[in-house]
Design a protein around this ligand. Structure first.
Ligand code: ATP
Ligand code: MG
Length: 411
């Protein structure tokens, strides 16, 4: 395979950790290359997230080569030929070149190879099949670079067959469209999604979750989701989806507020008003994600534009800064993202909020001679109520005085 072009090695390629791993892997003559997302993102001038390296050496050799240079190696996916090297907290996934021998829609039986073209051919999309030598030579056997520049998301090989081999690729087609796509969908690819959308329920919830969260966090999830709806994929994995209008408005609000995209917040917009437990179970959402989704999809606080800073502080005390900020954003989006002034006041209050704590504790109640029991909690709750109504201003001294007064009244 001839390189398609050359780039000057970038900072992550010449970083000492990267150089150490490459040097170890190439010590006995093998040539390694960077593969997958780090190559694609480098060609786009984007920051890279993780570094994947491919090598013709089998995993046992990779382990030996790393050990020889005292590099920590974790056999993260030995059956698939993957070893993670760790240098100074930086992780490198090193995978032996492979071919899929037999695929079953969910899992493939693989074999190792020393052929770079075979390894590229089993990858999903043309721009994910590029590889990059440590000296900056780019290998691009399926013209992924041209596709990337044109915003074309295209399968390597025949789309229908690639989706039949691994149904996750159907979601990845739309996930990468949400990030890098422009213009119409590739017609071969889209036709294949339509023909095979019914296979999606065979995928594990975890895999669906991972792709959908990445799709939702992309710069253009709306076009991707519209495609998924048109081909029938959304009905298979997200029958709760509602109107896209709220998501569209939310994205506008995120931009106006200078917030980073957040997949759970965006998902909540998509399923607004619907019960989210079935979805959380299907996608195996973490407890944290499931709780956030539930609280946002059917809002735990109904906010409206009449809330002033003081009213907001009460919500903030109950719900915390992050959830309140998201509730504001969604309410703002629901109001049409038009008049933004009142929402901005509410939003700014959330940004400013520092967690507060009631300045008295149970021990203070007991110190007044109140017997342990439900009365202690009731007194604390009464003081807390008063303290909230006083806009969290009372000091410990004032709160103790209030407590003493209430305890006298109760006794
Ligand atoms: P990200 O930046 O989200 O990590 P990525 O391209 O690195 O993007 P990964 O899911 O980490 O995506 O996969 C790494 C590479 O492995 C891909 O670029 C692609 O070449 C290949 N790949 C991953 N999943 C599949 C799949 N289901 N079928 C074929 N190739 C795949
Ligand atoms: Mg990756």
């Amino acid at each position: 395979m001839e390189p398609a072009r050359r780039i000057a090695p970038t900072a992550w390629m010449t970083a000492p950790e990267t150089v150490a791993v490459v040097r170890a892997l190439e010590a006995d003559g093998a040539a390694v290359r960077f593969v997958g997302g780090c190559v694609r993102d480098t060609m786009l001038g984007r920051a890279i997230t993780d570094i994947d390296i491919a090598t013709p050496d089998p995993p046992e050799t990779v382990m030996l080569l790393l050990a020889r240079d005292y590099i920590r190696a974790v056999p993260t996916g030995l059956a698939h030929g993957t070893i993670t090297a760790v240098v100074d907290h930086k992780h490198f996934e090193i995978t032996t070149l492979r071919v899929d021998v037999e695929s079953h829609g969910r899992h493939a039986t693989i074999a190792f190879t020393d052929n770079w073209l075979e390894d590229a051919a089993r990858r999903d999309l043309t721009f994910n099949a590029m590889s990059l030598a440590p000296d900056g030579a780019i290998y691009d056997p399926f013209n992924g670079l041209a596709d990337l520049e044109a915003g074309r998301v295209r399968f390597v090989g025949a789309a229908a067959q690639r989706i039949l081999e691994d149904h996750l690729r159907l979601l990845r087609f739309f996930r990468f469209y949400a990030w890098f796509g422009r213009g119409p969908f590739d017609s071969d690819g889209f036709a294949a999604t339509k023909a095979h959308a019914h296979l999606l329920p065979k995928l594990s919830g975890e895999r669906v979750q991972a792709e959908m969260k990445k799709l939702l966090a992309g710069p253009n999830p709306l076009r991707a989701l519209a495609g998924m709806r048109d081909c029938g994929a959304l009905a298979q994995i997200l029958p709760e989806d509602g109107s896209f209008d709220l998501l569209r408005a939310l994205i506008a609000c995120e931009e106006a507020a200078g917030l980073k995209p957040d997949s759970i917040r965006r998902l909540a917009a998509l399923v607004r008003g619907r019960a989210t437990e079935p979805l959380a179970a299907r996608w195996r959402l973490s407890n944290g994600d499931a709780a956030r989704l539930a609280a946002l999809a059917v809002p735990v606080e109904r906010l409206d534009q009449s809330f002033d800073a003081r009213a907001m502080r009460r919500v903030l005390y109950r719900r915390g800064a992050e959830l309140t900020r998201d509730l504001v954003l969604l309410a703002w989006a629901e109001a049409g993202a038009t008049k933004d002034a009142p929402w901005r006041v509410m939003f700014d209050e959330a940004l400013r909020w520092l967690p507060r704590e009631l300045p008295i504790k149970g021990a203070d109640v007991l110190a007044l001679g109140v017997a342990p029991g439900p009365a202690v909690g009731e007194l604390l709750a009464s003081v807390e109520q008063w303290w909230i109504e006083e806009d969290f201003k009372p000091t410990r001294k004032e709160a103790l005085a209030k407590l003493a007064a209430l305890a006298r009244k109760g006794a």
